[in-house]
Design a protein around this ligand. Structure first.
Ligand code: PLP
Length: 386
């Protein structure tokens, strides 16, 4: 594509941003630059590339692409979503506080509670759906506020614009984990957030064949710092994973549309089913937070949680499903079902899971892009048998 992709629409940028044809051959797909180092023509004469931990053209292409989709200044790609969240956490110093959504991804909880406690970083867990609770938490200084909206797995919705204002008034930065919706449906930086983090493992890559993470920042000093952390800590995304993720992103828009269409149909089936006690999906008009979500995002995504009668019913349903695979993770083209209490959230102590509402009868779906009739038929049969 000729010209600057910045002025183009989302799908055009997903395909073209950061993806200029390779100068030697004109290759349309950004090559996998599988090299650890680069030859210098002479002392002090490099082509801007010295060592691949610091710079790699395949990684740069992905980073520019995601930064463009999120509307940020620069992006930095890391070896996993957790590596990207760890890089974000390096903004915080010992004895500083971090305010977080109380039911963030279990791995983020574990990082704060079992790793960063050694560096005296203090997490403050808050129901971020409650602005007064955030206000109260920010009465004492905090470096960062970290929010997921919707949260994992209960889909709690936080008013991102309001939290950005509260964070900034208190001198804190707001970072949003946007993994569940992708920039196709939600762009937190446009709502005032200072950074966005992704597990690219999920919807961005979209094919369940790569682990990765990206951190997009708006402030030049943070962008410089995150590049420095890539170089200094070294948890960078490999060229091959960058290639796979870019390849996935090219179809993000069409995948997200289809994911969501299927998810709406599944949520309706669950909502009307006598064997289902409760459905957590922001796309249902009765769901708390539905209106806030509709204001700040252009779609409801493909993550659904629901409760059946008890653990045994959940187990039986998960055993009976044929099209849906029992697996952790989410955001791939295939539909996945999981049991948060024993899988994704097993690292959270039982008592705390109970407080959060992650019950033993809760099931989580990542709705894929298969034929809707197959997904609904399989689910209907599974539910009948519990
Ligand atoms: N953030 C969210 C919302 C997630 O669901 C996950 C993983 O499931 C992560 C971060 C961590 O990403 P990764 O598994 O790529 O390290």
């Amino acid at each position: 594509m000729k010209g600057d992709p910045k002025s183009r629409g989302f799908s055009t940028r997903a395909i073209h941003a950061g993806q200029s044809p390779e100068p030697v051959t004109g290759a349309v797909a950004v090559p996998i630059f599988q090299t650890s180092t680069y030859v210098h023509e002479g002392l002090g004469k490099s082509k801007g590339f010295d060592y691949a931990r610091t710079q790699n053209p395949t990684r740069t292409a992905l980073e520019q692409n995601v930064a463009s989709l999120e509307g940020g200044l620069r992006g930095h790609a890391y070896a996993s979503g957790m590596a990207a969240i760890s890089a974000l956490m390096t903004l915080v110093r010992a004895d500083e506080r971090v305010v977080l959504s109380r039911n963030v991804y279990g791995g983020t909880y574990r990082l704060l509670v079992q790793v960063l406690d050694r560096w005296r970083i203090h997490p403050v867990w808050v129901d971020t759906t409650d602005l007064d609770a955030i206000r109260a938490a920010l009465r004492e200084p905090a470096r960062l506020v970290i929010v997921e909206s919707p949260t994992n797995p209960l889909m709690e919705i936080t008013d991102l614009r309001a939290v950005a204002t509260l964070a900034h008034e208190a001198g804190a930065l707001l970072a949003v984990d946007n993994t569940f919706l992708s920039p196709y449906f939600q762009r937190p930086l446009e709502l005032g957030a200072d950074a966005v983090v992704h597990s690219t493992t999920k919807f961005l890559n979209g094919h369940s064949d790569s682990i990765g993470g990206v951190l997009v920042s708006t402030r030049p000093e943070d962008a410089d710092w995150f590049a420095f952390v890539q170089k200094s800590v070294g948890a960078i995304l490999s060229p091959f994973d960058c290639f796979l993720t870019m390849r996935g992103i090219k179809t993000l828009a069409v995948r997200m549309e289809r994911h969501e269409r299927n998810a709406h149909a599944v949520a309706r089936l669950l909502d009307e089913h006598p064997k289902v006690a409760r459905v957590f999906y922001p796309g249902l008009p009765s769901f708390p937070g539905h209106e806030i979500h509709a204001r700040q995002a252009s779609g409801f995504g493909a993550m659904i949680a629901f409760e059946v009668a008890d653990f045994e019913s959940a187990r039986r349903l998960l055993d009976r499903l044929e099209v849906w695979s029992l697996a952790e993770s989410l955001g791939g083209v295939e539909s996945l079902a999981c049991h948060p209490a024993t899988m994704t959230h097993a690292s959270i102590p039982k008592e705390r899971r109970k407080e959060l509402g992650v019950s033993d009868e809760l099931v989580r779906f990542s709705v894929g892009i298969e034929d809707q009739a197959d997904l609904l038929g399989d689910l209907e049969r599974g539910l009948q048998e519990i």
